[in-house]
Design a protein around this ligand. Structure first.
Ligand code: NAD
Ligand code: UD1
Length: 342
């Protein structure tokens, strides 16, 4: 069984490739490397002792994409490829619509041409906007607060329309909460370019001394300690969710959304404390104003994924922090320079 993984050189894609291969799937990767490094795939090859066909292709390049489907007998697609920085999406909205939405159009057209209609799509908890109730179920009204979120909503709608017009489509929309952590080997992990936007990479770069201190964005939310609460999920649990979703797709048609989270919310200060306890490193921080567009509290009700996919997140916050730190410590410069910090 061969799975085409778009964006497979990226953070979640590379971890999912490891799990797919360990479950006996053949993997073919397409990525334009706009936000990743080929070294991630070299390491997936090393971890799995498997050759992985890789195509440095932009999804918008239809001819090259068709060639991949000509050369491999693809059974299903996991579609990670997309741009994901919320702030950048506000300054370059057309770029986000074009890359994410038009890229998905081309992918779907090529899939139809080759008679493949099974796809797992990377959606996001961002489609819930500012949720009225937590924990959030898949029934929560959908609303996007920035162009990045809009692209996720639009793509979800594209898949619903495709199914309405052709009942052979089988699509899982996976709404991720906050993926963190790394493979236990420390060989692959999250490698943000420039200053990290997200909390966990920021914390680990403060801990290793690359950044001076964490700015805690707001301590006046209606949460346990006033700081923002999120549902952090280990990237390997998330990777396993994709395999469960694939298995599900092979037994059904339709379009279904699933929340992938742990169901537990942690505040920023709780995350700082958990990281310090798990790693023995101090994380310097100061309180700063709220980040525009942020919400107070967001965590998942993942009952549907448990019931219909047979998936639950297994790894706790301590493991997430430890694995993040192992990756950070052995790759202080991410994939760029493979030097060990002493
Ligand atoms: P990532 O940036 O590490 O991976 C995305 C990959 O897609 C990159 O390797 C990039 O080079 C590639 N790519 C982008 N546009 C492409 C194009 N037009 N053609 C070919 N390749 C292209 O991001 P990630 O964290 O691994 O996220 C994967 C997916 O999950 C994204 O769609 C993202 O929006 C979604 N998501 C991520 C998070 C998160 O916190 N990481 C949360 C919710 C949803
Ligand atoms: C961000 C994205 C969201 C995306 C999600 C998962 C924004 C506005 N939203 O959300 O679209 O789906 O990542 O990838 O970027 N924090 C700090 N200091 C920091 C960084 C973060 O205090 O330097 C706080 C935030 O205010 C928040 C929490 O840490 O309360 C988590 O932040 P982050 O990791 O950026 O995730 P989200 O805010 O959930």
């Amino acid at each position: 069984m061969a799975i085409l993984v778009t964006g497979g050189a990226g953070y979640i894609g590379s971890h999912t490739c490891v799990q797919l291969i360990s479950q006996g799937y053949k993997v073919v990767v397409v990525d334009n490397l706009s936000n990743s490094n080929i070294e991630s795939l070299n390491r997936v090859r090393e971890l799995t002792d498997t050759e992985i066909p890789f195509y440095k292709i932009d999804l918008l390049d239809r001819k090259s994409l068709e060639k991949v489907f000509e050369e491999h007998h693809i059974n299903a697609v996991i579609h990670f490829a997309g741009l994901k920085a919320v702030g950048e999406s506000v300054s370059r909205p057309l770029n986000y619509y074009y890359n994410n939405v038009a890229g998905t159009f081309v992918l779907c057209e090529v899939m139809e041409k080759y008679n493949i209609r099974k796809v797992v799509f990377s959606s996001s908890a961002t489609v819930y906007g500012n949720p009225k109730t937590v924990p959030i179920t898949e029934e929560e009204p959908l609303c996007a607060t920035n162009p990045y979120g809009q692209t996720k909503l639009m793509i979800e709608q594209v898949f619903r329309t495709l199914y309405e017009c052709d009942a052979r489509w089988s699509v899982a929309l996976l709404r991720y909460f906050n993926p963190i952590g790394a493979h236990i080997s420390g060989r692959i992990g999250e490698d943000p370019t420039g200053l990290p936007n997200n909390l966990m990479p920021y914390i680990s770069q403060v801990a290793i001394g690359k950044l001076e201190q964490l700015k805690v964005f707001g301590d006046d939310y209606e949460t346990v300690d006033g700081t923002g609460v999120r549902d952090y999920i280990h990237v390997m649990d998330l990777a396993n969710g994709h395999i469960k979703a694939l298995e599900y797709l092979f037994g059904t048609t339709g379009v279904e959304a699933f929340n992938l989270g742990t169901g537990n919310g942690y505040s920023v200060l709780q995350m700082v404390k958990a990281f310090e306890e798990a790693t023995g490193k101090k994380v310097k921080y100061s309180i700063a104003p709220r980040r525009p567009g942020d919400i107070g509290e967001c965590y998942a009700d993942s009952t549907k994924a448990k019931k219909e996919l047979g998936w639950v997140a297994e790894k706790g916050i301590e493991e997430m922090c430890r694995d993040t730190w192992r990756w950070q410590l052995s790759n202080p410069n991410g994939y760029k320079l493979d030097q060990v910090h002493t």
